[in-house]
Ligand binder design. Structure first.
Ligand code: MRU
Length: 349
């Protein structure tokens, strides 16, 4: 399996568009979408056609490059106003994954000091492509470091999708599993379905089965049962944001961390440094609340009566004391974290 075969989103130069796999259609349909406008990209992010923190970082970066490429403004001030407005639209689509704003800001930071629109267009695209490439490199480095945590034969539980689809390619949590398998380890994966949008059942199981990695799907509520039965050796998940006191990830992650601690199972998080937040603490982070229909409806059937209230937080926070270790592109860190000093590493691997 090559990285090209697993690329999630990329820039298509002839059509000046962002190409991506529409993740809402998997596993039934494999469709590549060509996106030529920032508004369409914002919709794609809101609808989770593109999703997963590192992939959102790359999408945000390409989004700024797309805004620059499609702007007809020749005056530099007017050009930057238009690109900044587009960046604002993209930034507002999903608040929890820090990578989205990180990717947008990195490209804006690159082009802000420039004084002509033409070179800004060129540099914006170059920076976005660099971010995409670096993300793949980070995933491979995370995979290599993380693999050392896994025994030669083991069963690993994961939640949501922290795979190639959630990144440029390879994946963070699934990158660790892929790297371990590539090194010859005998890894079995338990993939929790991840209600309400089923990223685990639809995406993680699809990716791993496609790569010939042993994967078993369970409903989220079965995880504690399998931990108690001694069937899980480690839990490994990705992250949308890591503050000094908590790991934000897909709703349900906290429940797995609590159960893992109770059963003495290590709970690992795999994430690039672009997911770390040295400014906010847990209580300042906005947890995205999504629409009721994601909970009430499956296919065309409604399962919850109109009179019932529904809550749908997309993420939860796992307190740092439940985390055994975090795998980054620079190596393995264990709580307590000093995020400022971690981020003072250079971005090169
Ligand atoms: O709502 P989603 O599907 O974007 O949520 C994704 C997750 O929670 C992932 O686990 C996280 O972004 C890490 S992806 C490497």
């Amino acid at each position: 399996m090559t990285d090209e075969a697993t690329a999630t989103l990329w820039w298509d130069t002839p059509s000046q568009s962002i190409r991506y796999i529409d993740q809402t259609l998997l596993p039934g349909e494999f469709t590549i979408v060509a996106c030529t406008s920032v508004n369409r990209l914002a919709t794609a992010i809101r609808r989770l056609e593109i999703r997963g923190a590192p992939a959102l970082g790359v999408a945000g970066a390409y989004g700024v490059a797309l805004a620059a490429a499609t702007s007809t403004k020749t005056n530099h001030t007017a050009f930057m106003e238009e690109v900044s407005a587009a960046a604002g639209i993209l930034r507002s689509t999903r608040p929890t994954a820090i990578n989205l704003a990180w990717g947008i800001d990195r490209v804006l930071g690159k082009i802000s000091p420039l004084t002509d629109a033409r070179s800004a267009r060129e540099y914006a695209l170059q920076e976005a492509q660099t971010i995409a490439r670096e993300d793949t490199d980070c995933c491979h480095a995370i995979g290599k470091h993380g693999s050392t945590l896994l025994p030669d034969t083991c069963t690993v539980l994961t939640h949501c999708n922290a795979g190639a689809l959630a990144c440029s390619s390879w994946g963070t949590a699934l990158g660790v599993i892929r790297s371990a398998v590539r090194e010859g380890k005998n890894i079995k994966v338990i993939s929790c379905e991840t209600r309400p949008l089923l990223q685990g059942a639809r995406l993680t199981a699809w990716e791993l089965a496609r790569d010939g990695i042993d994967v078993t799907t369970i409903t989220d509520s079965m995880a504690a049962h399998f931990m108690r039965a001694g069937a899980i050796d480690a839990v490994i998940v990705g992250a949308d944001r890591i503050t000094s006191d908590a790991v934000f990830n897909k709703i349900g992650t906290y429940m797995h961390a609590v159960c893992a601690r109770h059963h003495n199972i290590p709970f690992y998080v795999a994430a690039p440094l672009s997911t770390f937040d040295c400014v906010k603490t847990e209580r300042d982070v906005i947890i995205e609340e999504r629409g009721r229909e994601e909970v009430t409806t499956m296919g065309n059937r409604v399962y919850v009566p109109d009179g019932a209230h529904v809550r749908n937080p997309a993420f939860d926070a796992t307190p740092m004391d439940l985390v055994t270790a975090i795998v980054t592109e620079h190596g393995i860190v264990r709580p307590p974290l000093d995020i400022r000093s971690l981020l003072s590493h250079t971005s090169t691997i």
